[in-house]
Design a protein around this ligand. Structure first.
Ligand code: HEM
Ligand code: HEM
Length: 170
């Protein structure tokens, strides 16, 4: 039986990982560091855009998603909870970043194009701090999710990790 995610979902899953890692490692105040600031904002906005495409793709392929073997009800609940947190973060973290940027400046040029902002300019650092906290929590959950995927592969020796890789026809 074919037990892998459809190719478009696999591509969008690993593309998201690359963009999130770029956004995380280029993070900092985009107004202070010109080059890394551009990279951070661009990759963060792309995370949002790719996630919109991803939700639409998962919906289109909903009848072809693999049913990986469930070890226990507890494990299934945990998987669903982490998946929900990851999906929420993919949208909430970039939006909070955009609001944080809007609270710091009234104009931001992204690769010579003016980025539309929310016009919130204030000396309040709370939005920036919330974005920073949620960004770090996001990476924590990504780590948890990746550790679970590796545990499936190396400890439980099932096909869960392979279901998110290109080939896994059983
Ligand atoms: C998945 C996407 C993103 C992740 C994981 C992320 C993560 C982070 C992290 C961890 C920080 C804190 C860095 C530090 O000072 O130690 C940060 C700062 C910041 N990010 Fe993002 N970010 C993302 C997307 C965005 C986007 C799309 C924007 C703007 C459109 C943005 C704007 C900012 C701003 C303005 C700060 C500085 C906040 C402050 O110093 O108060 N981020 N980001
Ligand atoms: C930004 C980083 C990541 C995010 C946001 C993310 C998100 C997700 C989401 C939402 C799913 C559910 C399927 C879907 O709706 O697309 C999923 C499945 C999966 N992910 Fe990730 N993931 C990330 C990184 C990783 C990493 C680093 C690994 C492996 C080391 C991994 C391995 C898997 C596997 C094996 C599945 C299939 C799980 C199953 O069906 O039981 N992911 N991921």
């Amino acid at each position: 039986m074919k037990n892998n995610y459809p190719k478009p979902i696999i591509i969008l899953h690993w593309l998201t990982l690359c963009l999130v890692l770029i956004a995380y490692f280029s993070s900092g105040n985009p107004l202070h560091d010109k080059i890394w600031g551009q990279v951070h904002v661009m990759s963060g906005l792309l995370v949002f855009a790719v996630s919109v495409a991803r939700v639409a793709t998962v919906y289109c392929y909903r009848k072809q998603l693999p049913h990986n073997k469930i070890i226990s009800r507890y494990q299934e609940k945990l998987f669903k909870l982490v998946r929900l947190v990851l999906y929420l973060s993919l949208f909430v973290v970039p939006v909070m970043g955009w609001l944080a940027l809007s609270s710091m400046t009234s104009q931001f040029d992204l690769y010579s194009m003016q980025l539309p902002l929310a016009g919130l300019t204030t000396s309040n650092h709370l939005i920036g701090e919330a974005h920073q906290f949620l960004g770090n929590m996001f990476i924590f959950f990504v780590g948890l999710h990746a550790a679970a995927a590796l545990a499936h592969h190396f400890i439980f020796k099932d096909g869960v990790l392979k279901s998110m890789l290109a080939k896994n026809d059983k």
